[in-house]
Design a protein. Structure first.
Length: 365
């Protein structure tokens, strides 16, 4: 993966980069160089540091920054490195060789089609609760089994309807922690079961299993909501899942870091967000602004939120905002403060293309 950098004539000569006619006479110019040439350029620009590292047996390429101090100045220096955006194409190219190749399923046109929204919210995989303290156990195994049972329950309850599309909403605190120190993204310590990487891998396997199951019924559109417990790892997980299904023509994704996302189905405009950001009362107007092209063409508008772990639905002018239940148990802090005893569930919704939301599906644990 080449990178465009600014070079002096001497640097270009040392790297073997040819000068173009228009660039002769200029002090510097821009040119594309390889990763090996970037390493060589770093050694040229920071030759003193390279010599220092060599004398002390330090790998110069492992030095990400250093202080260059004189009597007049103290400068923090960072050698040129490849950014994520610059190397992402190479990463994707490598993953392209390893991601599974799913056969494209050709769907027949169905009579009386509907949309199924499947929304396993606030799973908190990795949360640890003890019945001895809180009255209910919760751990890795229970979390995974509840999601599997809940998805199966939603699908059983939806029998009798024909679906031409399934929307799967992922994220929303799928992971309980976001750091190796067992804290949320903001640094709040949590009671946890298992290591962070174990939870990540279990969540990946769970999402792959769910999508493969749903895809056997209908094409699937996956929408990711970033959330407060796992803002970084949740995004990485969504990106991994999207890469996993990159060859699956029957699965589409909206996995940007955008906090509010929208999907149009017939006369339905469906929004989704975690619920830890904008105030609930502001969500309808945000929908009207952020999805203005679909707002006027849709008669039925819904926003599904999460985060609070309990059911609450309210009709605003032109929009119904509904929060979803969680399958996770209360941990020590929530038990101590009395935030528990809400029904634990996984929920889904059926939408008719013309008549809007016609059914709520709830699997209670």
């Amino acid at each position: 993966m080449n990178k465009r950098v600014r070079l002096t004539h001497d640097e270009a000569k040392a790297l073997g980069v040819p000068l173009k006619r228009l660039e002769v006479g200029r002090n510097t110019f821009r040119a594309y160089i390889s990763q090996d040439q970037i390493k060589q350029l770093n050694e040229i620009k920071h030759s003193g540091v390279a010599a220092y590292c060599e004398a002390r047996g330090i790998d110069f390429n492992s030095v990400t920054e250093y202080w260059d101090k004189t009597k007049e100045y103290s400068v923090r220096v960072r050698p040129a490195i490849m950014s994520y955006n610059e190397i992402s194409k190479d990463i994707i190219k490598e993953m392209d060789e390893h991601s599974p190749r799913y056969k494209t399923i050709k769907r027949k046109k169905i009579d009386s089609p509907h949309l199924l929204v499947v929304d396993p919210a606030d799973i908190h995989l990795g949360k640890l609760s003890s019945a001895f303290e809180t009255g209910e156990d919760y751990n890795q195994e229970i979390a995974v089994n509840r999601v599997r049972e809940g998805i199966k329950g939603i699908l059983n309850k939806s029998k009798g309807f024909n679906f031409d599309m399934i929307v799967l909403i992922i994220g929303n605190d799928i992971l309980h922690i976001d750091t190796p120190k067992r804290t949320t993204t903001s640094g709040t310590p949590q009671d946890t079961d298992g290591m962070w990487y174990e939870n990540f891998l279990k969540a990946k396997a769970l999402y792959v299993e769910i999508i493969e199951t749903l895809c056997s019924i209908s094409d699937v559109h996956v929408m990711y909501n970033p959330s407060n417990h796992d803002y970084t790892h949740g995004f990485f997980l969504a990106d991994v899942i999207q890469s996993w299904f990159r060859h699956a023509k029957n699965v589409t994704f909206d996995c940007s870091i955008t906090h509010r996302k929208y999907y149009k189905y017939g006369a339905n405009l469906i929004g989704t967000t975690h619920g830890d950001g904008a105030r609930v009362a502001n969500l309808p107007l945000l929908m009207a602004v952020e999805s203005k092209d679909n707002w006027s063409s849709c008669k039925h508008r819904y926003i599904y939120t999460h985060h609070v772990h309990h059911k609450n639905a309210k009709d605003y002018t032109g929009v119904t905002v509904e929060s979803l239940r969680s399958p996770s148990a209360a941990d020590s802090w929530h038990h101590r403060n009395g935030y528990q005893h809400n029904p634990k569930a996984i929920e889904g919704f059926i939408h008719h293309p013309d008549h809007g939301q016609i059914a709520r599906l709830t699997h209670i644990f």
